[in-house]
Structure formats: structure tokens, C-alpha cells
Design a protein around this ligand. Sequence first.
Ligand code: IMP
Ligand code: MG
Length: 169
Amino acid sequence: MEILIDQQKLATRIRELGQQISEDYRGKSLICIGVLKGCVLFMSDLIRQIDGDVSIDFMGVSSYRGKESTGVVQITLDLRGNIEGKDVLIVEDIVDSGLTLQYLMQALQVRNPESLRIVTLLNKSECRKVEVPLDYVGFEIPNAFVVGYGLDLDERFRNLSHIAIYDGE
Ligand code: IMP
Ligand code: MG
């Protein structure tokens, strides 16, 4: 498979994101909420680049994409902790149509966090169906199916250290 973003480029960009997030949240306590399972590698690297008071929590969502892409999203795992009055950063692997994040933002906003922002490693902006405010973006990528570094095709390839374009092998 063709490598789209290698290990070195990932590390460099994630260090930059971590520095930016550290500055933006200086003096605050930040809760990073990872969207399972794709976030896991990115999140573990990102939080180590954030200098400050960070805690983590996770959510599980499953998106059922109908032919019309109405985007019915279901929460399969909810947060352990309360986010009311907290500074919250959602950590996503990739934003495609935006439907998953739109749903998640609405579900978390009603719990009254002090602030709610999004960091995504990858952004396929060409594929957007609904607007979502992305605060931090690692890489803009073309409209291709990518795997690796947490991202899967039917649960495979999450363990790759780079992002590859899936080409049917
Ligand atoms: P959205 O709701 O269309 O934005 O979809 C977001 C979710 O779809 C991501 O969190 C991924 O789990 C999955 N996804 C979208 N594009 C890709 C891809 O290219 N490779 C792997 N998973 C993807
Ligand atoms: Mg995901």
C-alpha cells in the first residue's frame, strides 16, 4: 500500500499540535476525550506532547451510513466522568462527512462543559456533508480511504505506524 503520511511526518506534526494545545490551555485542566477505536494511537502520542494538566476519557460511537448518508450515530460507550464546567477536547482520527462529530458535539454540549473543541489527525474536507468546527487539524488529505495508525478497514491495519492509502492490497 502507498504510504500517505510516514511515521516521521506524523511525529513532527503531532509535536506541533501538542505545543499549540499546551499554549491554548495553559493554566487550565484539560480533558481529552478519545473517540474509539481509531483515536487510540494518535491520542497516546498527542497527550505525551501536551505540557500541562491532562486527563483522558473515551467514547464509543458507531455510525450507520445509509445510502442517503442520513448518518444515524449511536453511542456504544459513554464517558466515565462528568464534563460539566470542564475544558473538553474531542480527539478524532479522521473527519469525513462530519456526521459523527456533529452528533457527538451535540451530545456533549448539553452536558455543559466550560469549553468544547475538536482535534482531528486527518481531515477529508472534500467529503463534508455537515459543517463541524475543527479547532486543530493534523493533515488535510484527499478523498481516499486510508488505513493505519489507528484507522482500520474492518478492524484491520490499525497497527501500522504510518497512514497508507488502501488500494485493495
Ligand atoms: P464521518 O461521520 O463521515 O465524519 O466519519 C467519521 C468516521 O468514519 C471516522 O471516525 C472513521 O472511523 C471512519 N472513516 C472515515 N473515513 C475513513 C478512512 O478513510 N479510513 C478509515 N476510517 C474512516
Ligand atoms: Mg473514528
